[in-house]
Ligand binder design. Structure first.
Ligand SMILES: Nc1ncnc2c1ncn2[C@@H]1O[C@H](COP(=O)(O)OP(=O)(O)OP(=O)(O)O)[C@@H](O)[C@H]1O
Length: 310
């Protein structure tokens, strides 16, 4: 199969990774179609970085298969790697090199592929000078420099592993804008891993939720939000027994009212609360942050199989 004709940029089949007694990826079947921005989210330790390391060929799987741009991830050639841009939170560039020297090296390395316009467009958001050493750049500038270099290599696939970790609000915004408004992004597929839901809400077309190395949900972010709702009810005493509350993700008691965060419930949930004695019931939508974090917190507290969601 030719890489560029493949319909999916990422395809894993029964992919598992075990570190000693720890199962980081658990028979993961994941298909990410070509084009657009895909966000991968999951709690700490869900297996996101492990997945990226296997996909980029830095780590072998324990079992199963991983393909990237149509190629087996364990057999990537340097030409295949040239089609993939990777930016991670560490922004690992040699600190002693001058910015101008790094640019010259990359331009030479990527030769025909190098897209100077894409580089200029992104680096224009940052006050980075060619005579500065990479180690002298601020975290935000280094993140910007990295994304500019990655986009200039005209990648078919751009993998971003928590690229805004540790950046302040201004630097985060600059980074996201350089991503969202770059022409170069339009011609590639972006896989973005982050814990920042407000970022994901702004940039992602597709939301992929991993939990304990398994796939839990795939859809547009707004469709996931639509599955989660918050119900505020004036229920006397303790309210219904929690094990009987359908789709329950979280419950809180605030100012004498019960707040139920629930998954996949419709108007009948209001009837359930009224039958449990609620005097008033009000439902409201939630932000992506609340929806995802409620969902992940629930799965933390219960066995992974407690909610069947895929
Ligand atoms: N080299 C290793 N040796 C042993 N266990 C590891 C190793 N790398 C990762 N793990 C374990 O595998 C699991 C998945 O880790 P991974 O770094 O892939 O998660 P993550 O989703 O990227 O987490 P985070 O959001 O915290 O970065 C974790 O439980 C972690 O402790």
């Amino acid at each position: 199969m030719s890489g560029s004709s493949s319909e999916f940029v990422i395809e894993t089949h029964a992919l598992s990774k075990r570190y000693g007694r720890k199962l980081a990826l658990d028979r993961l079947d994941l298909k990410i179609p070509r084009g657009r921005i895909h966000a991968i989210v999951g709690a700490n330790g869900a297996g996101k970085s492990t997945l990226f390391r296997i996909l980029l060929g830095f780590l072998p799987p324990s079992a199963g298969e991983a393909r990237i741009l149509g190629r087996d991830s364990q057999q990537l050639t340097s030409a295949d790697r040239g089609r993939i841009g990777f930016v991670n939170e560490e922004h690992t560039l040699p600190g002693w090199l001058k910015v101008g020297a790094v640019i010259a090296m990359q331009r030479h390395h990527y030769a025909q592929r190098w897209n100077q316009n894409a580089f200029d467009e992104v680096i224009g958001h940052y006050h980075v000078l060619p005579e500065q050493k990479v180690g002298q750049l601020s975290r935000g500038e280094r993140a910007g420099f990295n994304i500019a270099l990655a986009l200039a290599q005209r990648p078919e696939l751009l993998v971003l592993d928590e690229p805004t970790l540790g950046l302040d609000v201004v630097a985060k915004r600059a980074f996201l804008e350089s991503l969202m408004y770059s022409q170069a992004v339009e011609s590639c597929t972006v896989i973005y891993c982050s814990h920042q839901m407000e970022e994901i809400e702004r940039v992602a077309d597709n939301l992929i939720i991993l939990e304990r190395g398994q796939l839990k949900h795939v859809s547009a972010p707004e469709d996931f939000c639509a599955r989660v709702s918050l119900w505020v009810a004036d229920v006397p005493f303790k309210g219904p027994e929690l094990s009987k509350v359908p789709g329950l993700l979280q419950v809180q008691r605030l100012d004498g009212l019960h707040h139920y965060l629930v998954l996949d419930q419709d108007e009948e949930f209001g009837d359930f609360l009224r039958a449990a004695g609620a005097r008033s019931v009000q439902s409201m939508p939630v932000s992506l942050d609340r929806a995802v974090n409620g969902f992940l917190a629930k799965n933390h507290a219960a066995p992974a199989s407690a909610i069947a969601t895929t």
